[in-house]
Design a protein around this ligand. Structure first.
Ligand code: AHR
Length: 355
């Protein structure tokens, strides 16, 4: 055998050894969208692939952290994190990659509700249980996932409507208050002009919050929803759409903004237009999420009320997997409860909040 051939055979031989020593499971575990860490495979750990839908909001950051903190080595987990960057296509690719890597569980926070059946059927055929988190999926085949964890977005929308109902009633009943505070109720009998900043179209948070609010609004003939447009759940888009609303409508009484980040953008737009908002302002604001910055803004009187959507869902997921591992049944739907916070009590109510 000549020397060249010997070297080639050696290279092939060494290559085969390297391949054999690698399992199909990944050696690289992404910790978040920015960094990657390398871990040795520990077959005692439960491998979970988590497809997060994006990083669009403060709420999302808190939700990601909650899941990353619960599914840690110390609790028996090894987490593969993937950021879908607001694209269902990316999320489907992530799920397929988890299937290829033979993870033990797949957790998905789905960006939109529809279009999941095919990839979830692939996971089912591979024998990998799927847990849906935060939002829901729309499917006729309930066997495609084992459990879902999140908040009741329809109830959140209703809470926003009920808060406005209560607020307007209280203002009607108040007689000894300043004209400034009466701004909205002075219009009793005349329209209450409402604009809505909606989140990602076809997402559970957009569908549920819109429907819940509309189901209360329908009982009030003088509530006039002037417009509802997509603000993408982001500050930038929220600001852009609010600026457009302010150009289009000269008499906005109430803004319903389906998340805090859009609200932060909208507040900037309102101020830049020379208007005021919140407790003593021209435009009353109802927001959703109740993250830390929203409490700052409630304390400053800029947001009237915030409907809580609790992002701390990691421990529930860990508990569900723990039960499934023991062969126990897991609850099909687990909701994390949320409150309604008001500007007046914001400094008291925020105590102990971690996000
Ligand atoms: O699905 C939950 C929503 O998504 C939160 O309200 C919002 O902030 C997030 O982006």
């Amino acid at each position: 055998m000549n020397k060249k051939l010997k070297i080639i055979l050696w290279i092939i031989f060494l290559g085969l050894i390297v391949l054999a020593s690698c399992s199909l499971r990944p050696l690289k575990f992404q910790q978040n969208n920015e960094t990657e860490i390398t871990e040795d495979i520990d077959s005692d750990l439960i491998i979970v692939g988590f497809s997060q839908l994006g990083s669009e909001s403060d709420w999302r950051t808190a939700n990601t952290k909650s899941i990353q903190n619960a599914l840690v080595k110390e609790n028996g987990f090894s987490l593969i994190f993937s950021n879908g960057r607001q694209s269902q296509e990316n999320q489907i690719k992530d799920v397929r990659s988890f299937i290829f890597q033979e993870v033990d569980y797949i957790v998905i926070a789905p960006v939109t509700e529809t279009g999941w059946d095919t990839v979830l059927m692939e996971a089912k055929q591979a024998g990998i249980p799927v847990i849906i988190v935060d939002r829901k999926i729309d499917t006729e085949d309930e066997s495609l996932y084992v459990a879902s964890v999140g908040t009741d977005k329809y109830a959140e929308g209703k809470k926003a409507g009920l808060w406005l109902e209560k607020y307007l009633k209280e203002r009607e009943n108040e007689t000894n208050i300043s004209r400034k505070k009466l701004a909205v109720s002075e219009k009793e009998g005349s329209p209450i002009n409402i604009v809505v900043l909606e989140g990602t179209p076809d997402s559970t948070a957009q569908i549920g919050r819109s429907q819940g609010f509309e189901d209360i609004a329908v009982n009030h003939k003088n509530w006039n929803i002037l417009a509802h447009e997509n603000g993408d759940f982001t500050k930038a888009k929220g600001k852009e759409v609010m600026a457009k609303y302010l150009q289009e409508f000269k008499d906005i009484d109430v803004l319903v903004s389906q998340n805090d980040d859009m609200t932060f953008g909208a507040i900037e737009a309102i101020r830049e237009a020379g208007l005021s908002c919140g407790v003593n302002g021209n435009i009353k604001i109802i927001s959703f999420d109740a993250v830390s910055e929203a409490f700052d803004k409630m304390e400053a009187g800029l947001i009237n009320a915030d409907i809580e959507c609790n992002p701390l869902q990691g421990q529930l997921i860990a508990d569900i997997i723990g039960r499934l591992e023991k062969g126990e049944e897991a609850p099909r739907v687990s909701y994390v409860e949320g409150k309604v916070f008001e500007a007046e009590n914001a400094s008291r109510d925020r105590v102990g909040r971690s996000y």
